[in-house]
Design a binder for this molecule. Structure first.
Ligand code: PEP
Ligand code: MG
Length: 601
């Protein structure tokens, strides 16, 4: 029977495919696609773990004290029986062979399948054996983690490598931003998670992958089973499990339509972003890894407006990247942009971007009550001076290879600004003394805490440019955790308080003759393009995949007409509705292709 699950739409489009459940095992499980040549060794690795666990059970049973209750020995027999049952290891081996999962993933996927079968049992005694099965699998996973590591990940594999052409979609309770990177450029054509908000970092990475995604779908990972056929409607935030043939056909039609729309927009790639009244607008790219630079260029970006450097720090089992490794990554990103500017943000770890599952506060063994208000971004950098200086040195050295600007996240006070500038001055002297080539860089501050938006004159005295992080600015202005789906309906970019902070930040930066851009998700959402242009914004930074649709809006905008309408929107109690009525000229649907674009295409 077909079921519908509602969540939050975070990345547009339609995906249709077979569900791959990333199990939420109590043991942290690495999910890695293995190279096809390593399948049999991975199966052997799993069998070896089974033998180790079987031997452990034998020893436990042998060493039971003579007065131990008889149930204990019986329980160990049950565990041994479950361990040897072909439904566990034999079927997990099939996940390895058919889907190329690593052994840990295969075991947790099979645990998910068997656990559901246990749940459906009438007999209460058998139902309770699910807990035994979980314990056996946990032992196996621990044994695997103690032995040889999993085989090499094969991130570039396509679904035909699995012997089938059916697209795969990922379903999980949650996906850490670091895991999303592993899945980036892998087989998945869409994803669904139980938790998360619209601007959680998992959602941001999904948008950068340009695959349809729904987050905050609460029970999805419990309702969907391995291999179910599902539709992900990333526009409506809807997931349809086991759809009827009619619904499936309708969505296939929509998929074809959106592919046509994409190829039409792609023709705008090399058209300069200039408004009807001749205002030049800079459309920049947000990237997570140096490998994203060519994608940014290909999408027509005129530079990188936000390189989220923290992604270099994730998935490293606690070993942070050293200066050379960082230098190499920044240099590659800069060189790949072929002389276009690259804004690199210093590390923004913490809150919903933990290092290997640990937030910055946890790394320092501190209690974490409100991670979003805790030790994150520049606060963490300032508390780890040698780590911060390593990153700064790498950045200045990379600046010798192309135009680099350094952006500091989450500054709120003069004290933090001064400390930051002291570190920068120190690093510059160090590099000069060591005779290392380093380039000139412009320094920028992210405006993402209301305190900074409200003290702009001070920020403008210290920095060459500012970049507004609307994702956090909204979170901190409205006191809404951006990663919490329970309050996601209250996360409102259209809130008048947010719009006032945005408008005044842009106006003050412009009046001071300093550069200002927006690099939060609002910049890539065409619903805000006219509003931001009316505020005077001329620099937008977004996922490369969003550039074409924002450019389309820019090309048909006339800033001389938009700017005088701004007060009406800012004074409205319902700015969203007001902006739709005042900014859209009657009879010109938002999706109509602009004339210049048609000519340029
Ligand atoms: C923001 O807060 O808007 C931003 C761009 O930074 P991040 O999303 O990485 O916190
Ligand atoms: Mg931010």
């Amino acid at each position: 029977m077909s079921i519908q699950i509602f969540g939050l739409p975070v990345s547009r489009g339609v995906a249709i495919g077979r569900a791959v459940l990333v199990a939420s095992s109590r043991v942290d499980v690495p999910h890695v696609f293995i190279d096809p040549t390593l399948i049999e060794s991975e199966v052997t690795r799993m069998a070896a773990a089974r033998d180790v666990v079987a031997a452990e059970f034998d020893v436990l049973k042998r060493d039971l004290p003579s007065d131990a209750p008889a149930e204990l020995a019986a329980l160990l027999d049950v565990h041994q029986m479950l361990l040897q049952d072909d439904a566990l290891i034999g079927s997990a081996a099939e996940w390895i062979r058919d889907r190329h999962y690593n052994a840990e993933w295969a075991l947790s996927a099979q645990l998910e399948v068997l656990a559901r079968q246990f749940d459906e049992m009438e007999d209460a005694y058998i139902r309770e054996r699910k807990a035994d099965l979980e314990q056996v699998v946990e032992r196996l996973l621990r044994s695997l983690s103690r032995g040889l590591p999993s085989a090499v990940p094969a991130p570039g594999m396509a679904s035909h490598d699995f012997g089938g052409d059916e697209p795969l979609v990922l379903v999980a309770s949650d996906i850490a931003p670091a895991d999303m990177l592993t899945f980036k450029r892998s087989v998945f054509k869409g994803f669904v998670t139980d938790v998360g908000g619209k601007t959680s970092h998992t959602a941001i990475v999904a948008r950068s992958m340009d695959i349809p995604a729904v987050v905050g779908a609460r029970q999805a990972s419990h309702l969907i089973r391995q291999d179910d056929c599902i539709i992900i409607d990333g526009d409506a935030g809807l997931v349809i499990v086991d759809p009827s043939p009619i619904v499936l056909e309708e969505y296939r039609f929509r998929q074809r339509q959106s592919e046509l729309e994409r190829s039409r927009l792609a023709r705008l790639r090399h058209t300069p972003a200039v408004t009807l009244d001749g205002e030049r607008v800079e459309l920049l790219a947000n990237i997570e890894m140096p490998e994203d630079s060519p994608v940014a260029l290909e999408a027509g970006a005129v530079g990188v407006g936000l390189f989220r450097s923290e992604f270099l720090f994730m998935n490293r089992a606690g070993h942070l990247p050293d200066e050379e490794e960082q230098f190499d990554a920044y240099r590659r990103a800069v060189e790949a942009m072929k002389g276009l500017p690259v804004v690199i943000r210093t590390v923004d770890i913490g809150a919903d971007k933990p290092l290997d599952g640990m937030s910055a506060s946890e790394l320092r063994h501190e209690s974490v009550l409100n991670p979003a208000l805790g030790l994150r971004a520049i606060r963490w950098s300032l508390s780890e001076p040698s780590m911060f200086r390593r990153q700064l040195r790498a950045l200045f050295r990379a600046a010798a290879h192309g135009p680099v600007k350094i952006l500091i996240p989450m500054l709120a006070s003069q004290r933090e600004i001064r400390q930051t500038l002291d570190h920068i001055a120190h690093v510059r002297r160090q590099l000069q003394d060591a005779g290392k080539p380093c380039g000139e860089v412009q320094l920028g501050a992210m405006i993402e805490v209301p305190a900074s938006a409200l003290t702009m004159p001070m920020f403008l005295r210290y920095f060459d440019f500012v970049s507004i992080g609307t994702n956090d600015l909204i979170q901190y202005t409205l006191a809404i955790d951006r990663a919490d789906e329970a309050v996601a309906h209250l996360y409102d970019p259209w809130h008048p308080a947010v719009l006032h902070l945005l408008a005044s930040t842009i106006a003050q930066a412009r009046a001071a003759g300093k550069g200002v851009s927006v690099c939060g998700e609002m910049a890539g959402d065409p619903a805000f393009t006219e509003l931001l242009l009316a505020m005077g914004l001329r620099s937008f930074s977004m996922h490369p995949t969003q550039i074409a649709s924002v450019k389309q809006r820019v090309l048909r905008a006339d800033t001389r007409r938009l700017a005088p309408l701004l007060p009406q929107v800012l004074e409205s109690d319902d700015p969203e509705t007001t902006s739709q009525s005042v900014f859209s000229p009657a009879g010109a649907p938002a999706s109509a292709p602009p004339l210049q674009a048609m000519r340029a295409g």
